[in-house]
Design a protein. Structure first.
Length: 449
């Protein structure tokens, strides 16, 4: 193809929806003397490739078929049969790219598929577009050895070819993430997950995303993200998978029990995860608690409301559980000590370092680093008063939020409201006094005059 026919750019799609307002993965634009002219040139290029790979007779056979189908293309605008022919003979295009100095051929292949995508959009039959999209996805994902970067880029182009209103967009996205993971290229897809919620809103608006699709999507994404070493991101995606089983009427038999075990392992092992009340409320976790793997749920309950001593006792009884799930008791102890400090600081403005040391079973000489860690990790908002050997507390992480916690919050809010009313009343009184004083001064001045 002539280089001027297709030009690839990174851009934004037309303003069609929330998803379309986010940066596109890759977008192409076409320009030239007309679509039919581009198709003819594409056919000539493909004939040359076929002839070079399979011989002149194969090239002539393709050319004869192509000429037959494209004879009246300008007037008929029926691109479906030509698209099918192109796709049928595109299997070996990636093999036509030389290992050394193949940049020019890569551009040619990319331009050829850009042409194919523009033809796909011109298909007037929904059934043909459906089957053609699936065939194209399967062709592009058929190998992770031959130019996987190019294949992934072409899949991205295909994704952006479709407006959000077409159901194929989600299907292509799923092919993209599955292929990227299989080809060890998921790091190239990772930045686009920032826009996943916007895209999903569109897919759901047009009813292209069913609940089972969402569950599969989040579970797969969690696994793919975990594979590239982003465990915290994987944990957050896994939580979203489990949240989809909270709705009424969802069959818990459909959930992956291993995914629930993984969720609890992550919660215990990831240092920054200190909230357990939400996880323990999941229906999937409650279901796991009733199985032979339920001890893992009980361990999370220790982190939810327990103390250092509670964890020590649990470890003595269930040491095999720690070995089975690669849980380190020292890491677990570090987390429970921070959570215990959060509990001790609740509703208090200060506490002695001696008291904190006793609460987490540390010596007074080593307690300050633990308090500093609690402050730096957001478990406690406060500072150390070294002169008086105290921790001055502004607020602390809330391990649980139940009836007692609501009552405490109600008391706090009432106190704040009362204080605000007192301030407003004081300001009003001062304003009245000032006005009265000003009026008296004016009256005095008038009497003197």
């Amino acid at each position: 193809l002539k280089p001027r026919l297709f030009k690839f750019v990174r851009s934004r799609q037309p303003n069609r929806s929330r998803a379309a307002r986010t940066p596109a993965m890759a977008v192409y634009i076409t320009y030239g003397e007309g679509e039919a002219d581009a198709v003819v040139q594409g056919g000539e290029w493909l004939k040359t490739i076929i002839a070079s790979q399979k011989g002149p007779e194969a090239g002539k056979e393709f050319d004869d078929k192509f000429k037959e189908l494209s004879a009246d293309l300008e007037n008929s605008q029926c691109y479906g049969p030509v698209f099918d022919l192109f796709l049928e003979h595109s299997e070996d295009l990636f093999g036509a790219i030389p290992e050394a100095r193949g940049e020019d051929r890569v551009k040619e292949v990319e331009s050829f598929f850009a042409l194919a995508l523009s033809m796909l959009l011109m298909s007037e039959e929904a059934e043909h577009m459906d089957s053609a999209t699936t065939r194209l996805c399967k062709l592009l994902t058929s190998s992770t050895q031959q130019h996987p970067d190019l294949r992934l880029r072409l899949l991205m182009n295909l994704h952006n070819t479709f407006p959000p209103s077409l159901e194929f967009r989600y299907r292509v996205f799923k092919y993209i993430i599955d292929y990227a993971a299989e080809a060890n290229l998921f790091d190239q897809v990772m930045p686009y997950l920032e826009y996943l919620d916007a895209w999903m809103a569109d897919w759901e608006t047009f009813q292209h995303l069913q609940p089972e699709d969402k569950r599969t999507l989040f579970l797969d994404l969690s696994r793919y993200v975990r594979a590239i070493g982003k465990r915290l991101d994987s944990f957050q995606l896994l939580k979203r998978y489990h949240q989809l089983f909270q709705a009424d009427g969802v069959d818990l038999k459909e959930h992956d029990e291993d995914a629930t075990v993984q969720l609890l392992q992550d919660a215990i092992q990831i240092p920054s995860v200190i909230q357990f009340d939400d996880i323990l409320s999941y229906n999937t976790v409650k279901a796991l608690a009733k199985t032979k793997r339920g001890d893992l749920v009980k361990l999370c309950e220790v982190f939810f409301t327990g103390t250092v001593n509670d964890l020590r006792d649990f470890h003595k009884k269930k040491e095999a559980l720690f070995k089975e799930h690669d849980l380190e008791i020292q890491d677990a102890m570090s987390k429970i000590k921070l959570l215990t400090m959060a509990t001790m600081a609740q509703g208090r403005s200060e506490m002695s370092l001696q008291e904190v040391a006793k609460g987490i079973e540390e010596s007074e000489d080593s307690i300050e680093p633990w308090v500093v860690r609690a402050i730096s990790e957001g478990v406690i908002d406060g500072r150390i008063d070294q002169l008086n050997h105290k921790v001055l507390v502004k607020s602390a992480f809330q391990r649980k939020f139940e009836k007692d916690e609501w009552a405490f919050l109600d008391t706090k809010l009432s106190s704040w409201i009362d204080n605000l009313e007192s301030v407003i009343k004081f300001i009003g009184e001062q304003k009245t006094l000032k006005e009265a004083s000003g009026a008296a001064a004016l009256a005095t001045a008038a009497g003197v005059a």
